[in-house]
Design a protein around this ligand. Structure first.
Ligand code: ADP
Length: 268
């Protein structure tokens, strides 16, 4: 990692209230360009609300969000070009083919017509769906749909990919496959990755920095080593437990080991 990297996301004193509920309560953090940032927390902690504010889908009650030097609240359309989103809820059109879904997205994002074919080809290739491009999405498995959503998130060449539980509910093999694609984008395209997950090993193995949110407040942030040191823990799962008093979902040991092996090959 280079000693100096520009911050591509800067969040200051961000809050979101729903009536009396402080869903996000005065949080501040920075994400370096080209890094992988994990945003963790128990259910209802405020992760999705934060992502929705970062991606201009929800208006903050107060605070400042700066993405790639641009104020998010003042320049929504400018900001939207800079990121792709993969949400938990599937939002592909089942009645269209994989190709048609991507082409539609490219049109919405004003990707020039002459570039569309090339971008769609690249994205389908990356997620290994080229052979299925003319098949209807309704015939795809859950893992294939998630991969197609990742492909769709890339069509407009974003600087940042936001992933809200990208692997939720998928089997360990499919999760690994999805992470391979995400890692490739991070390594080869220098794309910044901001993700949430319930699978601690994903954060442990993939993230350069981790922030933990609970009851709307960020209660810890830093590298894995810093979090473990500060909480006197031997794993992220332990750190999380020490910080929040709760543990996240159990993980499949074989998938952890495989991820660990791959990480060693890929990283630095
Ligand atoms: P997480 O993604 O960490 O599970 P959320 O950001 O979805 O948490 O939710 C944080 C809190 O805000 C929860 O208590 C949730 O019920 C509440 N919340 C989220 N969206 C809304 C909404 N549109 N209206 C009212 N309350 C909401």
């Amino acid at each position: 990692m280079s000693p100096f990297r520009k911050n591509i996301i800067e969040v200051e004193n961000l809050s979101k209230y729903f009536g009396n509920l402080k869903a996000v309560d005065n949080i501040s953090f920075k994400v370096e360009k080209g890094s992988v940032f994990a945003f963790l927390g128990p259910n209802g902690a405020g992760k999705s609300t934060t992502i929705k504010m970062l991606t201009t889908l929800t208006k903050p009650s107060s605070g400042r969000i700066n993405i790639d030097g641009v104020n998010c609240l003042e320049n929504k359309s400018e900001i939207r070009k800079r990121f792709g989103i993969v949400f938990q809820d599937q939002s592909l059109d089942d009645e269209l083919t994989a190709y048609e879904n991507l082409n539609f997205h490219a049109a919405i994002y004003n990707v020039p017509k002459k570039l569309r074919e090339q971008r769609i080809k690249f994205a389908l290739n990356l997620v290994e769906l080229s052979q299925r491009k003319n098949d209807f999405v309704k015939t795809f498995s859950g893992g294939m749909k998630r991969r197609l959503e990742i492909a769709r998130g890339l069509i407009h060449h974003p600087l940042i990919l936001f992933l809200d539980e990208p692997t939720l509910g998928l089997d360990p093999q499919t999760r690994n496959k999805i992470w391979e694609h995400i890692e490739e984008l991070n390594q080869k395209e220098n794309m910044t990755i901001f993700f949430t997950t319930h699978y601690m090993p994903e954060a442990e193995q993939m993230a350069d920095k981790i922030a933990i949110i609970d009851y709307g407040k960020i209660i810890a942030q830093g590298t894995l080593a810093q979090l473990k040191k500060n909480t006197k823990s031997t794993s992220l799962e332990d750190s999380f437990l020490n910080l929040t008093g709760r543990s996240l979902r159990e993980e499949n040991a074989t998938s952890i080991d495989r991820m660990r092996m791959r990480r060693r090959v890929f990283r630095r």
